[in-house]
Design a protein around this ligand. Structure first.
Ligand SMILES: *Cc1c(COP(=O)(O)O)cnc(C)c1O
Length: 353
């Protein structure tokens, strides 16, 4: 690995007013894949800067690109840690496989990421709700308009100190069940964290925003009957005391926070069901006064309470529009494990330095 440090470090932003993904640290990690030179080249850590790409670069036309999202934390004693980062690179290799891109040597890349985090440790905010967001990305870099898998690729990791994902922090969100546009169909790329998925979801998001909603809750593309997930979060519902989440069916992104939440809830003695959840079931549960809670899970938003879900003009107000007990328990537990407030008994937290 080659390391080149910046000669002009940037001024750090106000860690109390970070927002999400607006600031980037002084350095980044890059590694090129060159088919004619045997594949992955040496990993380099270099000053954060622009890339030079020809306008013909394939990712700029056909979106052969994938990414990941993880977070690094710094505890009171100054220890730098990451949460289940091995899972991120396992998933990235699955996304790569789906998009005909080359696999990464996860261990090598994680070791190099740790070196980058050591260099950037002063960029890790410690205020409650903040973290250093880690964005690994891979793009196809062939210079051609031909539609085929690229031969050459660029992999890079950039880092961004972040605050709350939603501007209103932990206040419950209002969610719109989208009954026209779809995000992902079976056989499509819903399971992969690939760039195109997000481009296709923007229109529904914009329209929902105009109607006063924070997020779109997607339905299955085939029947438009079953809820799948929110744009960047997996969904959970508490129905009559039982925690229910849509099962992974091939079009839902397998979230690492989702998987962790299921384990934490089961350990705490809650009943958790992974199965199909229809809009009809939610409407009926709400009418019967049994839709106790709803929340989303994701690295960026962590655990995000949902206070209202609307389907075809029908509002379901959940827990009086406030955060529910199980949601609060889970938020406290997951963020506690991530930031070292609670002991990690599962080997999820890895110390970087
Ligand atoms: C990243 C993402 C999630 C959440 O996954 P985590 O691993 O928990 O961060 C959920 N849905 C979509 C569509 C995503 O892109």
């Amino acid at each position: 690995m080659k390391i080149t440090l910046t000669k002009s470090p940037k001024a750090k932003p106000d860690f109390g007013k970070l927002g999400f993904g607006k600031y980037f640290t002084d350095h980044m990690l890059v590694m090129d894949y060159i088919a004619d030179k045997g594949g992955w080249q040496e990993i380099e850590i270099i000053p954060y800067d622009e890339f030079k790409l020809e306008p013909s670069t394939t990712v700029l036309h056909y979106a052969q690109g994938i990414f990941e999202g993880a977070k690094a934390y710094k505890d009171k004693a100054g220890n730098v840690t990451v949460f289940r980062i091995d899972e991120n690179f396992k998933r990235m290799n699955k996304s790569a496989e789906r998009l005909c891109m080359p696999a990464l040597d996860s261990k090598k890349v994680i070791d190099a990421l740790f070196e980058l985090l050591k260099i950037e440790k002063d960029w890790i905010p410690t205020e409650s709700g903040t973290a250093l967001y880690i964005r690994p990305t891979m793009i196809g870099t062939d210079k051609t308009l031909g539609v085929h898998a690229s031969h050459d690729y660029k992999f890079y990791i950039i880092l961004s100190p972040v605050g709350a994902y939603y501007a209103h922090g932990l206040a419950p969100t209002k969610i719109y069940i989208e009954d026209f546009y779809t995000r992902a169909a079976l056989g499509g790329t819903g399971e992969a964290k690939c760039m195109g998925n997000y481009a296709t979801s923007l229109k529904a998001g914009e329209e929902a925003h105009k109607k006063g909603f924070d997020q779109v809750l997607w339905l299955d593309a085939q029947e438009k009957k079953y809820v799948e997930e929110v744009g960047s979060m997996n969904m959970f519902f508490v129905i009559d005391g039982v925690v229910v989440t849509p099962m992974l069916n091939g079009s839902i992104l397998p979230g690492i926070t989702r998987k962790s939440a299921i384990e934490v809830l089961k350990d705490a003695g809650y009943k958790v069901e992974e199965r199909r959840v229809s809009v009809e079931e939610l409407i009926k549960a709400n009418a019967d006064g049994k839709l106790d809670e709803a929340f989303g899970t994701g690295t960026a938003a962590v655990i995000s309470p949902v206070g209202q879900i609307t389907y075809k003009g029908q509002d379901m107000i959940i827990n009086g529009g406030t955060m529910g007990k199980i949601t609060e328990f889970l938020y406290d537990k997951i963020t506690g494990i991530q930031t070292g407030r609670y002991e990690d008994t599962k080997g999820w937290v890895v110390k970087v330095c």
